[in-house]
Structure formats: C-alpha cells, structure tokens
Design a protein around this ligand. Sequence first.
Ligand SMILES: [Zn+2]
Length: 240
Amino acid sequence: MSGIPSKKILSQPFTEAPVPPGLLSSIRWKRIWQALVDLVFPPRCAGCGRVDTDWCSSCQQQLDSIPLLPAIDHVPGLDGVASTAPHTGIARQAVHGLKYENALVLAGPLAQRLERQFHQTNWTIDMVVPVPLHPVRQHERGYNQAQYLAEGLALRLSLPCSPSTLSRERDTRSQVGLDAAQRRANVSGAFRCHSEYVSGRHVLLVDDVFTTGATLAACAEALFEAGAKAVYAITVTVAQ
Ligand SMILES: [Zn+2]
C-alpha cells in the first residue's frame, strides 16, 4: 500500500496538469531515448561492475565496513585535517565512480562517511566550502564532485554550504610527478575567495582525495586572507 500514494503523486503532472502538447512530446522522447540508452549501455555498479545499478548493496556494505581513520596530523596551513579511508579498494573505486564515471548516486554514501568521520572530531564549524575545479576542467567534466560531497555533508550537519566562496584562478592539473614542496609552489595563489561572509568564521573544506595537502593549504590561504578564523578540511580518502 505504501507505494501507491507516491505513484499517484508522480503521475499527477502527466494526467491532470495542462501540459503543452509540444512539451509532452519532448518528455516522451526523452524517456524513450533514456530507455534506449539503458538498453544498449545498461548502468553498471561503480564498485563491482554488476549490471543494472550504479552502486550495489554489496559494495555499500564493503564501504560501510572500512574503519574510520584518526585525524591526519600537522598539515601546514590548516587547523585540522581528517579523511575517512585509505585511497584503496572499494573506497577508491567509489571516489573514482563519482569523479570520472558520472556516478552521482555515490555522493550520498560518501557524504555519509564524511559525516561519520566529522563526528569523530571536536571541530566547531560555521560553513562548508568545496574545493573548486578550474572552470575549464568543470566544463569538461560537467560537474564538481567535491561540490556534491560538500552539499551532502552540509545537509547532514545542518550547516550552510557555499560552492561560490572559492574559485580556482589557475588550472593546476599537472601535479603528477611533483614532490610535496613543488606541489605547494604549483598551487600557491591558485585560489581566490569571493565572500566576505567567511570573515571571522570557522570553515570546513571538502574534497574527494587528500594527497599532500597542497591544494587544501592553498584554499586555506585564500580563506585566511579573506579573514577566516579557522580552516579545517575533510576528504573521503587519503593517498598513502
Ligand atoms: Zn557493486
């Protein structure tokens, strides 16, 4: 019985609302097109490759079973850093799915891990800010995975999330092959803060993977210049 009311609600726009004939035709074609795409390219679990789901219950159980980590000590430029899992196995696959395979459904389970990890800290936070992508890179990908994680976490913590607070002014994608000092120099000054709201606030940065902390430190640098009182960071995984 519980499924019937929701079906009624879902069907209302198409049976009762006066939908213009052109729009109705457009909606039908989109549905037919999506059905054809699913038939030819059925969704696959980002963890195990199982067909007909973006993320299966077995992979979710594996993700849930990974123990949370202690805080990452002494990252220069930040007041505290935490990460929920090593960048290996199912956690790595989940991050990869969210980042490169459009598996946006994974933002929910991963934000849930961020929330559990956050509750292990004693941080007091006023606002959540995702690490931004350079506009060219975001255009290529179509979305910023860190923004999905930040919005999911902020919702769970009942905190404001502000994706427009920081922008990436320089495209610093060529971090591979650089050591920690070179990475810091490469991203220093790459970010700009556009909000006076951060002044006097405790900010929580959110990103998918922690590598050397250079990117997070460069974001913190921009936030501190804008008057932030404290800057913490949390990521789904940590590369070791
Ligand atoms: Zn799976």
